[in-house]
Design a protein around this ligand. Structure first.
Ligand code: GLC
Ligand code: CA
Length: 585
């Protein structure tokens, strides 16, 4: 029975909806439905989540103390940003030992405890797999630079002469400056797509690939639920031809990786693919090809970057364009492949600052953004703090920034004639540190994140924006996320239904329809801070269950919408399927 008078969702009282489930907390999966298509992910940036020992840096023991919080939110897995041994030139995305934990974050023993404690709460741990490059402190790189005859020399990419000017040799690093750096010890130049302290691995070397697969199996055997694969579209590069992203060998390597690591395990694998197109996304994520479970694509991010200055001078978001991008991706992966759904992560600005209103309508716009995203098809990811509507850092002084990319580009762009004020405005909008300020747990000292001095500044709005206040508010952001995460588990139409934009050209309303058999879900959101209205066509009017507020609702003719108001109405005939067992191994 999908309609009921009772107000219980997943065993938790919910004033918001009359829908009822089996209360197990697990999705009632359809035949052949992978568990990760009904689950929601939560990204933890460990340095900024919760500090258990007062050194000012978040840690694994801190995460363990917050697992009940995450269970309450209803997530199915945690994407854990890197906790491996690292000199932290790029906050852990520069790994010096894949099979050791950075002592600042904890020990292997604590890591095993996190995996086990999460599992008892039905939460999988997805490790960040950073294998496009290592740290320059990795023993492989140390051996490689020390000797031309070392077997590890060929684990990296070298050239004896400086690159010639222009394509294809003269490649630029994503973090600014040239991608080839001369190493004096090696007597040669090595390639690094990111910082000079992040040398790229040579994936053409089969021994190197075997070592990576061995390491992945070692982690899988510890009981993790899968991998988020950092910059994975770069591993098939053909550097001689100047091809870095989406190179000729990326698909064979991923197929080989799957065969060598996951055989028989129901893993989640999500690839970071900045070069994704609707065509190659199917290649990466079609289950029949055995590459990745899903990809992150960044169309909705990069479309609004400046053609010259990129993220450092982003353009306002144009709603019809944004809607077109989402519709394009929903269509591209409608029958084959799978996409992740996200507004933000540790590399991007806070969702509410970028797409909503961080001021007067912070709560309303955060809830609107959550609703519009989470009722689409795909696997949603919540970046820590998004579930309480955290905003950008608001840093005004370059000394407040910690991020290597921001600090590099500050030098480069100011040397190139950009004004300090312009650069700082760009950084305030788009620096990666916007997402990296400490999680705001309370209104107290350091937002309840740490007893010590946090490694990066706390947003002063902790006084009003914090977990303690928001989670207790039935109309807050957290309760909306919790509801949406629960609805995905309950309703196949969210997971599998067709997608069609409604009023695609409307300048301020984001509206779409999902269909699944005879069921229909209509989602309508005012994407702006001004009242607006939407005229539904005779085909579009409907009566059904108000899944956000409970009760029945009729949508007909002209709808008037308050700032950021969001409506979701479901007309369902299908019975709720029976419960399936917990997803984790
Ligand atoms: C990915 C990560 C980013 C990191 C880079 C290099 O883009 O998300 O944080 O700096 O790869 O590893
Ligand atoms: Ca700590």
């Amino acid at each position: 029975m999908i309609f009921s008078r009772r107000t219980i969702l997943f065993g938790v009282a919910s004033a918001a909806t009359g829908l009822i489930s089996d209360k197990s907390g697990y999705a009632a999966l359809l035949p052949n439905e992978p568990w990760w298509q009904s689950a929601t992910g939560y990204q933890i940036y460990p340095a900024s989540f919760f500090d258990s020992n007062g050194d000012g840096i978040g840690d694994i023991a801190g995460i363990i103390t917050k697992l009940d919080y995450l269970k309450d939110l209803g997530i199915g897995f945690i994407w854990l940003s890197p906790v491996y041994a690292s000199p932290m030139a790029d906050n852990g995305y520069d790994i010096s030992d894949y099979q050791a934990i950075n002592p600042t974050f904890g020990t292997l023993k604590v890591m095993d405890k996190l995996i086990a404690e999460a599992k008892t709460r039905g939460i999988g741990i997805v490790m960040d797999l950073v294998v496009n490059h290592t740290s320059d402190q990795h023993p492989w790189f140390k051996a490689a630079r020390a000797s031309r005859t070392s077997p590890y020399r060929d684990y990296y990419l070298w050239r004896d002469q400086p690159p010639a000017k222009g394509a294809p040799e003269d490649l630029a690093s994503t973090f600014g400056g040239p991608a080839w750096t001369r190493d004096e010890v090696a007597g040669a130049y090595y390639f690094h797509e990111f910082a000079a302290r992040q040398p790229d691995l040579n994936w053409a070397n089969p021994a190197m690939r075997r070592d990576i697969y061995k390491m992945m199996n070692w982690w899988l055997d510890r009981g993790i639920a899968g991998f988020r694969m950092d910059s994975i579209d770069l591993i098939g590069k053909d550097i001689a031809k100047g091809i870095v992203a989406d190179g000729p060998n990326v698909h064979p390597y991923l197929q080989e990786m799957t065969a060598a690591t996951q055989g028989g395990r129901d893993c989640i694998t999500v690839g970071e693919v900045w070069s994704a197109t609707p065509d190659n996304a199917v290649l990466y994520s079609d289950p029949a090809r055995h590459e990745l479970a899903m990809i992150f694509q960044f169309d909705h991010v990069t479309r609004f970057w400046d053609s010259k200055l990129g993220k450092w001078k982003s353009q306002p978001v144009d709603l019809p364009t944004l809607k077109g991008i989402f519709a394009k991706w929903q269509a591209a992966l409608a029958t084959k492949g799978w996409t992740a759904l996200f507004w933000g992560n540790h590399d991007l600005p806070r969702a509410v600052s970028r797409y909503g209103d961080p001021g007067q309508y912070r709560v309303e716009s955060a809830k609107m953004l959550a609703t519009v995203l989470h009722l689409m098809k795909g696997t949603p990811y919540v970046f820590q703090g998004e579930e309480i509507g955290m905003t950008n850092a608001g840093f005004t002084d370059i000394k407040q920034y910690r991020d290597v990319e921001t600090l590099n580009f500050y030098q480069i762009q100011i040397a190139g004639g950009e004004s300090e004020a312009d650069f700082m405005a760009g950084a305030r909008a788009n620096s990666r540190d916007n997402a990296r300020t400490p999680m705001q747990w309370t209104s107290g000292r350091n937002a309840g994140f740490s007893r010590g001095r946090p490694w990066i500044g706390v947003n002063p709005n902790k006084a009003t924006v914090n977990v303690a206040a928001d989670r207790a508010d039935p109309n807050g952001v957290f309760q909306r996320y919790k509801l949406l995460i629960g609805l995905r588990k309950l309703l196949p139409i969210i997971r599998r239904g067709g997608f069609r934009l409604v009023a695609a050209q409307h300048p301020s309303v984001f509206a779409y329809e999902r269909t699944f058999g005879d069921d229909r879900l209509l989602v309508i959101a005012n994407f702006t801070g001004k009242p607006t209205s939407l005229a539904l066509t005779p085909n579009e009017v409907m009566t059904g269950q108000d899944i956000l507020n409970g009760g029945t609702r009729s949508l007909g003719g002209v709808l008037n919408l308050q700032p950021y108001e969001t409506i979701a109405v479901l007309r369902a005939y299908a019975p709720t399927p029976v419960a399936a067992p917990p997803p984790l191994r």
